[in-house]
Structures are given as C-alpha cells and as structure tokens.
Design a protein around this ligand. Structure first.
Ligand SMILES: Cc1ncc(COP(=O)(O)O)c(C=O)c1O
Length: 446
C-alpha cells in the first residue's frame, strides 16, 4: 500500500506541476478516451500499481485543467492544497459521516465547519448544516425543508400524508433562477404549474416590485438567488424576506457561489438580508476551492430540515450528530474534512481575500477588454459577460480561444444575445492567468 500511495502522490504532483503550462483542454472524443482506457473487463485482476500508472497515462489527454488558474468556464473552483490533502486522507480513512458511531471525527469536522460557515456567510449560528454532493442537492434539501414547513403550517404533515391531496404549494422563482432549482422542485413533486415566475431586471435580479404587487397566497416557498450564474447579480433578498414576513412563506436562497461574498467586508453588502432567510444552498467545490463533490445546505429552522431529511431504523444507532439527518443520502463521503482544512488553511482573512481577488480579476478582465468587446453585465462579482459584435462572431471568438488550449470559457445567451461567459473562482488564478485570457480574447477577436 505504501509504495502504491507514494507512487500515486508522485503522479499527482507531476500532474499538478505540469498543469500550469499544458493545454487547458484537448480535442478528444468519448470513443478515443474509452479506447485509450481499455474498455475490456479483464478476467484476472491487474496489479494496482500498473492500474494506476496506466490510468494516469491513458486518462491524461481527456483531463480538463480546471485547477491551474486558466479555466474560466461554468463556475469551477480550483483546489486548495490543504483541501486536496485532506481529501486524500478522507479516502484513506474511508469514513462514513451518515452516522455518529461510524465516524465521530467526521461528525466533529461537520460540526466545526457548520459554525465556521455560519459565521463567514453571515447566517445564524444555530443553522443546521448538511454536506451534499453539490448545490443541486443543497437546493433540494433546503427546498424540502421549506415544503415540510409551509405544509405543516397549513395543517398538513407531508412526511405522513405525502403530497396527494395536500394544499397546493406555490413556489416563487425569478425568471433567471438556476436550472437546478427546477430540477430540485421536480424531485419534490412540485411541477412547472406550481411556479410563480417573477420577471427579472437587466442583470437577472428578481423584480421585487412585481412580487410585491402580486404575492401569492397559501403555502409559499420563495427561491431567491445570491449570485446569478451569468451576471453574478444578487436578488434583493432583504426586500424579499420583508415581503415574505408574516405570511406562510419560506425563503430559500440559492447562493452556490454568491453567498461567499458575505465573507468579504468589502462585498458583504451584496448579500444584505440573507441572514433573515430560512434555508441556504452553497458549494464548497466552487469558490471555497475544495475538490468535487461538496455542496452545503444550511437551514435556520433545523426542526424542518431534520423532519424533511431524517432517516431512522432500529439498527441505525443514533449519536450526537447524525449526519444522515441533514442530507438526502444515507452513507456518503466525509466531505467536511476538506471543508474544515480549506477554511483552516485560509482563515477568515484568507477567505475574504480569495473572494475579493476573484472579483478584482473579473473587473480587470472587463476593463481590459472593454474597448474591443461589449461588456453586457455590471461586474459586481466574479462573472463577466462579453460580446464580440454579432452572435456569430461572439461564438466564433469563443470557439477560437477554446481550440487554442491556452485558456477556456463557455458561451451563453443573455437576454436573447450570444455572450462569452467568464467566471473567476480559482485560487490559482493570478495576474499572468488573467493576461493569458485577455490576450487570447484579443487575438481571437483580431
Ligand atoms: C446559482 C447556482 N445554483 C446551483 C448551481 C448548481 O451547483 P452544483 O453543480 O454544485 O450542483 C450552480 C452551478 O453553477 C449555480 O451557479
């Protein structure tokens, strides 16, 4: 085992050393990758060291370098050293945080991370926390808690009676909500017909004046967004909470990356009012730069959170912190070790600096490219939307940069027009990486 782990550490270090200079992505196909990895199941096992050497060599052309500073697609964090190392230990320890008896250490890491996250994200310290695969399932868990609470207030026990015959729940969403909200609601038995879609302004923020003019009655869940996936804009959460107060309404905040603005004194104002909401979804694997998979659901009403998620059976001994009370999974990865390590290695100031640096870099990109490109959004966070003339030209510029391998970003359509999407959320992004991005865009545009 020791030889294998030493050799694997060497392979990992070699990969990371080379990541700074290799192409961000290479033109491969699924077929070529399957062929390279070897699709045939061997009759007899292969020596572990051989398996790992072959894997490292054969997977290499299909690896997308998202953690070396030059990747600006989707919203992808890199990997902090302490988080990566803790993640390795997590695998070596093979802990299951679903049940206290299976890992008091993982329970402690979850408990400490919970309190640190509440402080950093400006949430009540009494919030419950679950460590999920990502913001998708964090949204699911938060919305499940909301469904439980608003139906209970309407005299309906959804855990006992299910949804058939339940009072209808209306879910208020902004027009520019993230796609994972719709999918989470679908999992919860809430379809499109139950959505009350509120228009968004030019930055994608929910139009609170429209909501005020027409706030639905009955059991209501309001989904606010902290950080639009294209523009980085924040819904006016304080005003939304004000409107929801006193009604049978639950406010859920999808803050997959945007909630981290609260960790910076300079940016905290963007999240004003968030602490008044009921549930929150965020990611560890985006701006906190822990390895995939790590999302976090936090809930200001732990009793509703637990009622929606809890798991019990005679053989499942209950302990001081039952991890499975807070997530949709039973057994799962001990994700909080990496969260704990990332937060401890950064400290309060390090988290703030990480967030502020990404935002400053996003602004620098917009400023540097403004003469040649149209900047479509107010760059308030880490997202920049650019346009290079027509739709066709914009997509062609993006394709040329993607093909160059020097850097990578995606495209989107913003208010009916094609746009280049730049997202800055890797701790490894430095001035040189921003220079590569700006130069690649200028060159492709020329
Ligand atoms: C606002 C928002 N919500 C939810 C998600 C989904 O996150 P994940 O892919 O971690 O499930 C994203 C991903 O970019 C997002 O930006």
């Amino acid at each position: 085992m020791r030889n294998l782990l030493d050799a694997t550490a060497e392979l990992a270090a070699e990969y990371l050393d080379g990541a700074a200079t290799r192409p961000v992505a290479q033109p491969v196909t699924l077929g070529s990758m399957v062929a390279a990895l070897g699709p045939e199941l061997p009759d007899h096992g292969v020596d572990p060291q051989q398996v790992i050497e072959d894997l490292a060599r054969d997977a290499d052309p299909g690896l997308v370098v998202t953690n070396a500073g030059r990747y600006f697609g989707f919203v992808e964090g890199g990997v902090l050293p302490a988080a990566l190392a803790a993640d390795w230990l997590t695998s070596a320890w093979d802990q299951n945080p679903g049940f206290f008896a299976l890992s008091p250490a993982a329970a402690a890491a979850e408990e400490i991370s919970r309190t640190w996250l509440c402080e950093l994200l400006g949430l009540p310290v009494s919030c419950s926390a679950g460590f999920t695969t990502g913001a998708q399932m964090a949204n699911f868990a938060g919305l499940a808690a909301g469904r439980q609470a608003v139906l209970e207030a309407a005299g309906w026990d959804v855990e006992e009676q299910g949804l058939f015959g339940a009072p209808p729940v209306t879910v208020v969403v902004g027009r520019e909500r993230h796609a994972t909200i719709d999918r989470a609601l679908r999992f919860l038995g809430i379809g499109r017909a139950q959505l009350h879609v509120v228009d968004a302004d030019a930055q994608g923020r929910m139009r609170v004046d429209e909501l005020a003019a027409n706030f639905p009655g009955g059991p209501v869940i309001v989904c606010a967004q902290a950080g639009n996936v294209n523009t980085g804009a924040f819904d006016p959460v304080a005003e939304i909470c004000e409107l929801a107060a006193g009604k049978n309404a639950w406010v859920h905040v999808d803050g997959a990356f945007g909630l981290w603005a609260a960790a910076s004194p300079a940016l905290r104002h963007l999240t004003a009012g968030v602490g008044r909401a009921d549930s929150f979804a965020t990611d560890g694997h985006k701006w906190l730069n822990v390895p995939y998979d790590c999302g976090i659901v936090l809930c200001a009403r732990p009793e509703a959170h637990r009622a929606a998620m809890r798991l019990s059976a005679d053989y499942l001994a209950r302990g001081e912190r039952q991890g499975s009370d807070w997530t949709p999974e039973s057994s799962r990865r001990a994700r909080a070790f990496a969260v704990f390590a990332a937060l401890r290695s950064l400290g309060r100031q390090g988290v703030a600096q990480l967030v502020e640096r990404s935002c400053a870099q996003a602004r620098a990109v917009a400023d540097a490219l403004a003469p040649d490109f149209e900047v479509l959004n107010d760059v308030v966070l880490n997202q920049v939307l650019l346009r290079a003339g027509t739709d066709e030209r914009t997509r062609a510029v993006a394709a040329a940069v993607q093909a160059s391998g020097s850097t990578w970003f995606g495209t989107t359509s913003w208010q009916g027009r094609a746009a280049i999407r730049i997202s800055v959320s890797d701790h490894a992004t430095d001035d040189a990486s921003i220079g590569v991005l700006v130069e690649a865009l200028r060159k492709a545009s020329r």
